[in-house]
Design a protein around this ligand. Structure first.
Ligand code: SIN
Ligand code: MN
Length: 202
């Protein structure tokens, strides 16, 4: 079993787990995913569009609109989501489980000024499965809170190639991304941050 570099409130952070070649390979895979399932900015349940753009791969995609958050079997254009890239599945099997692959890989793209408010991931059926997060491109300030909203928080900069496993006590912990350091990484020619989160949904 690999050892995390640091564990904060149950969030296992593997710094620099993905080398530059693996990061570039993932970006190439994601270009194919985005060509088949273009990025979009869903509305939050409060009616404002999210500042991140997103798409998904897998059996389900994560979706949000005024009626709330859900997993849906098709992209807003009506097409099935593309398959989760093998390279992503290999990381899941290495760090999370060989017994069960994720049903959804949510792809979040943060351009300059994008952020993600504090939230829990709780639209899945079984919280015993961790959420696996992979970060690519510009650094993002990841904030970790508590299992109820509010209270003291801690934050950590996630850099390109960092991987986080959010399971156990971390599975229902509030988390979010305050801001990115736009242009801090050369991985994406136009800058920005990509975060992938793999989830078992059913
Ligand atoms: C998320 O919680 O869905 C995204 C986390 C991140 O961008 O690091
Ligand atoms: Mn989340």
């Amino acid at each position: 079993m690999r050892r995390p570099t640091i564990t904060i409130r149950g969030f296992h952070v593997f710094k620099g787990l993905l080398n530059p070649d693996e990061q570039a390979g993932l970006v190439a895979d994601l270009r194919d995913v985005v060509a088949a399932a273009p990025l979009f900015s869903p509305d939050t349940p409060f009616g404002k569009p999210m500042t991140v753009r997103m798409t998904s791969a897998g059996k389900y995609g994560w979706y949000s609109d005024r009626s709330g958050y859900s997993y849906v079997p098709t992209h807003p254009a009506g097409t099935a989501w593309p398959a989760i890239p093998d390279r992503v599945l290999a990381i899941w099997r290495d760090l999370v489980s060989k017994a069960r692959d994720p049903d959804c890989c949510l792809i979040n793209f943060y351009s300059e000024g994008a952020r993600m408010g504090m939230h829990q991931d709780r639209d899945e059926a079984d919280f015993k499965w961790p959420v696996l997060s992979l970060s690519l491109g510009d650094e993002g300030m990841f904030r970790i809170g508590n299992t109820t909203r509010g209270g003291k928080t801690e934050s950590i900069w996630l850099q390109s190639g960092d991987v986080v496993v959010m399971g156990g006590e971390a599975r229902l912990t509030y988390h979010g991304v305050d801001r990115i350091k736009f242009g801090s990484s050369a991985l994406l020619p136009k800058g920005g941050r990509i975060n992938l989160t793999c989830r078992v949904v059913d």
